[in-house]
Design a protein around this ligand. Sequence first.
Ligand code: PLP
Length: 399
Amino acid sequence: MPGFEVFGEEEKQQVLEVFDTGVLFRYEFGDQRKGVYKVREFEKAFAGFTGAAHAQAVTSGTAALKVALAAMGVGIGDEVITQGFTFVATWEAILDIGALPIFTEVDETLNMDPADLEKKITDKTRAIIPVHMMGAPARIKEIKAIADKHGIAVLEDTAQAAGARLNGQHLGTFGHCGTFSFDAVKTMTTGEGGMIITSDESLWRNCSEYHDHGHDHAVNPGGRGGEGRSFVGFNYRMMELQGAMGLAQLAKLDAMCVSQRKNKAILKEAASQISGVSFREILDEEGDSATFFAFMLPDSDQAGRVNQVLRDNGAGAINFAENTWHFYPAWEHLIEGKTLCHNGWPFHAHGKRRFIYDPVALPASSELMSRTLVYQVPVQFTDDQRDTTLNALKEAAQL
Ligand SMILES: *Cc1c(COP(=O)(O)O)cnc(C)c1O
């Protein structure tokens, strides 16, 4: 990670084709655009790549989550279950749609623990959002089976796992729909951008119209055309420059993953010399997009000591228990219900707190995250970067 490491002539060429027409808007301008529809082409290519029937481009991965939830009919009074290790965007989207996020533990996959999911389903659960964190799959087949048993839809937050597969099948295609992010630090990037994939045509049509103010797309599926509106929407449209970037980056995605898998294997080999080390459970090594490398020590003290050596040698690892963006106990604004809204929405409704987020509600995840160390895996290691990291890991192995 990320895709900007491999920006080149392909991206420039794609973007120039847009400037040649002068049309940045994804719809209309039929006379000026000389047949150039980059966003539409990107959607087709992304659907084709993942094996989904339909794809809907939007402005960000956060917007993709929001649009998908809206299209699924999720709203006030509903609970949506996700995992306590994710990026804040996952639950921001749930809150924004009016629903309540409910958090599960993660297991050694560092993704949703299916046993805990089962415990957290209530008669208000309207959707389940497993997140394929750090490029590798959640136990999506087990999660889908539990969801099916209860008749609940699954949305896969695949923001961090574009290009990843489980037994040959792309992540994001197991559930009712999957969402992706192409922000500046994701494996393939369009600067800002997102995508929803689904094989449910009516869900896709809802996404298509909702993300474009509810405009009627029925007469021209995937595009504008009609005048009426079936429901209220919003504006989450991707622009042509992003579509152009997406086409160039998508063409490089598989090669980026191959290269990351190679670099990750180099890191893993070196880390395996550390005393007491174990590794994140990866359900399908061949399908791993390998954007991150995660390893565990027996307890948080040992993880702290190892990371100190890594830091002292210029290659400190991330400990997500110490990071304030990705792990539940550190989300003080969620836990304290901080909002700009004068009446406390979405944390309060009718003068009452809707749900208490207890900071110690996920003890198993806290224990696991406190002893997990993570490296981002570059697409291209510089010699310096590789030597420094390998040397640091070697020093840590002396402990
Ligand atoms: C990046 C990310 C998002 C949000 O994507 P943006 O494009 O930055 O809005 C959502 N979920 C996860 C897990 C992410 O890592």
